[in-house]
Design a protein around this ligand. Sequence first.
Ligand SMILES: Cc1cc2nc3c(=O)[nH]c(=O)nc-3n(C[C@H](O)[C@H](O)[C@H](O)COP(=O)(O)OP(=O)(O)OC[C@H]3O[C@@H](n4cnc5c(N)ncnc54)[C@H](O)[C@@H]3O)c2cc1C
Ligand code: SF4
Length: 487
Amino acid sequence: MNQTRYDQSLQISGKELVEEVDVCVIGSGAGGGVIASELACRRHRVVLLEAGGFQTKKDFNQREFDMNRKLYWENRLLESEDTGVGMSVARLVGGGTGVNDGVALRSTAENLDRWVQDGLKGYSRADLDPYYEKVEEIMHAQTYPRFEWNRNNTLFAEGLESLGEEPHPVPVYIVECHKSGFCNLGCKYNSKQGNFLTYLPRGFTNGLRLYANTEAYKINLNPKGEAYSVDALISTETKGFPPTALKVLAKVVVLAAGPIYTTMLLLKNGLANSSGNVGRGLSNHPSIAVIGVHDREVHQYRGTPIQVDKLYPLGQGNYVVEANKTYPMELSYIIPGWGKEHKERMKKLNYFQNIYTYVSEDEPIGTVTINKRTGKPSIKKPLTEKDKKAFSLGMAKAKQILKAVGAGDIFTTHYVSAHIEGMCRMGPNPKKDVVNLHGETYDVPRLFIGDASVFPRPVAVNPSLTIMAIAHKTAEYIDADEKGYFG
Ligand SMILES: Cc1cc2nc3c(=O)[nH]c(=O)nc-3n(C[C@H](O)[C@H](O)[C@H](O)COP(=O)(O)OP(=O)(O)OC[C@H]3O[C@@H](n4cnc5c(N)ncnc54)[C@H](O)[C@@H]3O)c2cc1C
Ligand code: SF4
């Protein structure tokens, strides 16, 4: 069922539903979930539309095959046009917060200073710190003591220490972790704090209305050219409902479908693109797993996944290394080798130590356009020479760490990515940028963008905390109603 339905003629058996609200938010992920909840808590009438299902712990069966189909777009493999990179993009209530590893890092002051130099006044680390604090509190971010780390994390830390370097313990939005290791397949124990356990319930108690399995496909404008309503289709996946058309009339529309699908919706609707830059400026923290084999069991994919990492910022390598995991099915198609060689490697699965390295500030030169044949996203994200250099330094560091703790048969996997950023750039220049410094599109008043699309360049570390912090700021601005939209 993971396909877009924008281009299909609607076969609707039920009546069209109409909602009239203050704010319609499209996409319930890191950005959209925060904005919807915060505005509901401030007494606005908010409807939240989510293409994916409302999955709860009873749905998360810890099986890769089932969960990849249920919780991700394109069964978890959104490939670039040249098949060079496979990207993971979530499709469930909570978006990425429902399947990610919960790493809760603030970006660095130096990284955000580069945003400020690009014209993003109000987005320095000092400006964002109060918002980061709120997110950390609501998401219950915390650092686990070392004795709770799994062997993959402990080996990583020991390797760095024997190289004379200090490992960096990572805060995570995980509470009383049962250490199953299956965060990317949904947490069966409600330990991982997806926003459906944090922000959304706060919103629900304040009247937030959620439509799951509901894909928005059109944003309509009034005669003044302002966003005015959203057309969506409630699919049959929602039990008890026939496929039904939904129209949401709203004073403000917030598009937060994640960078790829936010871009697709704007391109398909021909909206907000007088700059010509919608769909340009993709960055994705290109990542690769570097794996070494030990002579005793490590069980890299069991236990809390990421507890320790190390950032080598721009100017000192421009990469991150982190103890991370890959599940068996995914490993089977990203590790190198064929036939017997592949089989022999897979047999040693429990002995693998796994380190991911990703480019911290990759150059935002990727693009998304509409594939004319399929109507799906056509993604291009080549690696630049600078990215390749950072990548090779990251891989060399990971190998050093693995060797320092005695791992042998070291190999690398394909280039993958889970941190999709940019393509509806925020900035002060309507000729170049898509949204202004409050997240409102230059071309369409009352239409805001509230997800990682607005990043002008990548954050230095895992992005979700920054997306949520900026979402707080956007919600605050919408609520203040400077332009009298709710008047
Ligand atoms: C496997 C994995 C591990 C990760 N680990 C971490 C981590 O540990 N720490 C970290 O900081 N980051 C991590 N990330 C990245 C982080 O989760 C994402 O960057 C973040 O969730 C993106 O937020 P967003 O609001 O831009 O989009 P998303 O969270 O992706 O939300 C967008 C939502 O919009 C929905 N949508 C799309 N189109 C439509 C439509 N037309 N109508 C209605 N709804 C629509 C989607 O289904 C999705 O639910 C990880 C991501 C993945 C996939
Ligand atoms: S490792 Fe912890 S947070 Fe992740 S799925 Fe298992 S219990 Fe949940």
